[in-house]
Write a protein that binds this ligand. Structure first.
Ligand code: ZN
Length: 658
């Protein structure tokens, strides 16, 4: 097969293309093509890390790129001609489009995962060891979920998507783009929701908040949709419920003409695999009677709800709580780099007081409930609560903002009363993390019981309740394990206490319930302790690596030849603008002019203003003159005086034989 046969669909038709919103350094700009290509090549061809890496993802020149050993694809985003949402089209492909397989219904059961693992060449019978190769995975909504990320100025230059079973040092993991890690369960029950229904309709995390808003009787407003344009800017009547609403109400499960729900309650069973929940419901529903009750009274999405990318806790919780993807709410990863302040921040690391990281472009459900039903004052207005929930902004009670409402002594008593729900297994197995999460769930239960029975304020109009045990146990024991089974039993007991209390308070019937989670959980080969992003730094590149993100530290270099052709001025700036919005000069950079055969013709060092001059030999053609810039804090640059690239083409380097 010739090269031209394999390199298909290359077209540069960019009319109407919508690149990243708020472009401020995310992806690869013109000064990062050299370092970006070098990093992509390292990540895909390093002897250790290359075979562990599934995809390297970036954005350049307004298009999105996905690179893999098996091929690459470039795609662009446009606003749809009809309807609201963007449409995506492939403009270049070499070899296999690595994200072509996007079936959202793939690998829906534990048996499917085990079969895919066997097909991948892993002999495991044990479902918690069902490692799956990329060839047997799919990437649901890959174009949308990749493009949204790069809309945030906090987005990285590169994202590394590891092979599903090669990331981190725990038996269960998540974070990747694939169907197993990105599928979370979704069940709605309550007023106006179809009863006893299992639907094969598709849903996304961003659809949950608009569905709650619609069922709770919110008015439509002139807010932004997934294109970032308000209803007014799109020339239509108000058509969204939230300030930035990427998702849409899940009308497939809503009954027309029903009375609005009085209040909403989200149970978030962190990290619970949809395959584990459906397996339990299908084989031993009596063991989880309270979840079974809500499933029977409501509507369950058979293929779950597709998460944010990356499929990780802090970004996903805030996508659920705002109806907007991480690229729009700006908490893009557990840990990310703020280019203007050169600061690495880790909302998920610090856990507490992270509302301040949420972007201004979005509205949380807490804020929206207050907008519609009023701020909470004594017995008036809407009271909202966030229990151990990473989405907090605007909540009256928010454990993780240290805003705890209610009598401390009663809270302590309720906690002590319910300590017996914890499974002794966690301590017997020496799993201190699981035990600690079990204790946190008991404290969360006590807060819930107090908030709905405390006469000093109305019962919560909106409750967002994070239950962490299924996540901790999924990480420590692996998905589909006995541990996950025990965790689900335990969490179900707590849900039972809450449902009974709501019935006793006469609040059950008016409550819209949501059961979901923030991400899936995939079996991982923990012994490898894989972290692909480190390979870039080990190879000597200057970068901030916070898995799965890489931020390259680059210099913006411009070479201006003077009209006489005898001298040139070189300006070297840090490529990332600082807090003032300017690119600061790089002083002390070593600049070399070389000709044919790397013969050095001149050397200079940049001044405090970031500039230096070079003499140009008039006898050598500009195409043969190369300026090299070195500085220990940044990736090196090579520029040919005629502007043509110096480095080997990445396509040739990776796919030259094709
Ligand atoms: Zn999580």
């Amino acid at each position: 097969m010739t090269t031209t046969d394999r390199r298909i669909q290359r077209s540069e038709d960019t009319a109407g293309v919508v690149g990243p919103e708020r472009l401020a350094g995310q992806g690869l700009d013109e000064h990062q093509h050299e370092s970006g290509d070098r990093a992509i090549r390292i990540l895909l061809s390093d002897p250790v890390v290359g075979p562990q890496t599934d995809l390297v993802i970036t954005c350049r020149d307004g298009a999105y790129e996905v690179w893999a050993a098996r091929g690459m694809v470039r795609f662009v985003r446009r606003y749809a001609e009809h309807g609201r949402g963007p449409a995506y089209s492939v403009i270049e492909q070499i070899g296999e489009n690595p994200i072509a397989r996007q079936d959202p219904r793939a690998l829906a059961t534990i048996d499917d995962e085990v079969a895919a693992s066997r097909a991948s060449g892993f002999p495991a019978e044990e479902p918690s060891l069902a490692y799956v190769d990329p060839a047997y995975l799919t990437y649901p909504l890959a174009y949308e979920r990749i493009a949204q990320l790069f809309d945030s100025p906090n987005a990285p230059d590169l994202v590394v998507n590891p092979k599903a079973y090669l990331f981190g040092a725990q038996p269960g993991q998540h974070g990747a783009l694939d169907v197993v890690q990105s599928r979370s369960p979704l069940i709605f029950a309550g007023p106006g929701i179809a009863r006893g229904v299992t639907t094969d309709a598709l849903s996304r995390q961003i659809d949950i908040a608009p569905t709650i808003a619609k069922r709770c009787g919110f008015p439509l407003i002139d807010g932004a949709d997934e294109t970032g344009r308000t209803s007014g800017e799109r020339g239509v009547a108000p058509d969204v419920y939230l300030k930035r609403q990427d998702g849409r109400p899940l009308d497939a499960i809503i009954e027309a003409g029903a009375q609005p729900a009085e209040r909403a309650y989200i149970f978030l069973l962190d990290g619970l695999s949809n395959a584990d929940l459906t397996h339990r419901l299908g084989t031993d529903a009596d063991g989880i009677p309270n979840l079974r009750r809500l499933v029977r009274e409501g509507a369950m999405f058979e293929y779950g709800s597709f998460t944010n990318f990356p499929s990780i806790t802090w970004p996903s919780h805030n996508a659920i709580g705002t109806g907007a993807w991480g690229g729009h709410h700006d908490i893009v990863n557990p840990t990310y780099y703020l280019r203007p302040t050169r600061e690495l921040v880790t909302p998920q690391g610090q856990q507490f007081e992270t509302a301040r990281f949420l972007g201004d472009g979005v509205e949380t459900l807490y804020e929206a409930f207050h907008r519609v039903f009023g701020d909470w004052h004594g017995h008036d207005g809407a009271f909202t609560a966030s229990i151990h929930e990473p989405c907090t902004r605007g909540a009256d009670h928010a454990t993780l903002e240290r805003a705890v409402i209610g009598d401390r002594d009663r809270l302590r008593d309720l906690t002590a009363q319910h300590a017996g729900d914890s499974d002794p297994k966690w301590q017997q197995d020496g799993q201190r993390g699981a035990y600690a999460e079990s204790v946190i769930e008991t404290r969360g239960l006590a807060q819930v019981l107090l908030l709905y029975t405390d006469a000093s304020h109305p019962p919560p109009k909106f409750m967002f309740h994070e239950m962490p045990l299924t996540d901790g146990v999924g990480h420590d024991y692996g998905p589909h394990s006995d541990g996950v089974r025990a965790a689900l039993d335990e969490t179900d007991r707590r849900i039972g206490h809450i449902l009974r209390m709501l019935e006793e308070q006469g609040l059950y019937d008016g409550t819209l319930f949501v059961i979901t989670t923030d991400h899936g959980m995939a079996a991982t080969d923990a012994a490898v302790k894989a972290d692909q992003t480190r390979a870039v730094i080990v190879a000597g590149m200057k970068a901030v690596a916070c898995p799965p993100f890489v931020y390259l530290l680059d210099m913006a270099v411009t070479v201006t030849a003077h009209p006489d052709g005898r001298t040139a001025m070189v300006e070297v700036l840090a490529n990332d603008a600082d807090a003032s919005g300017q690119r600061p000069p790089v002083a002390g950079a070593a600049v070399t002019l070389s000709g044919h055969d790397a013969e050095v013709l001149a050397r200079a060092t940049t001044s405090p203003g970031g500039t230096c001059g070079l003499p140009l030999p008039v006898s050598i053609e500009p195409a043969e003159l190369v300026v090299t810039v070195h500085h220990e804090d940044y990736n090196r640059r090579h520029l040919r005086l005629d502007g043509s690239p110096v480095q080997e083409d990445l396509r040739d380097a990776l796919y030259g034989g094709r």
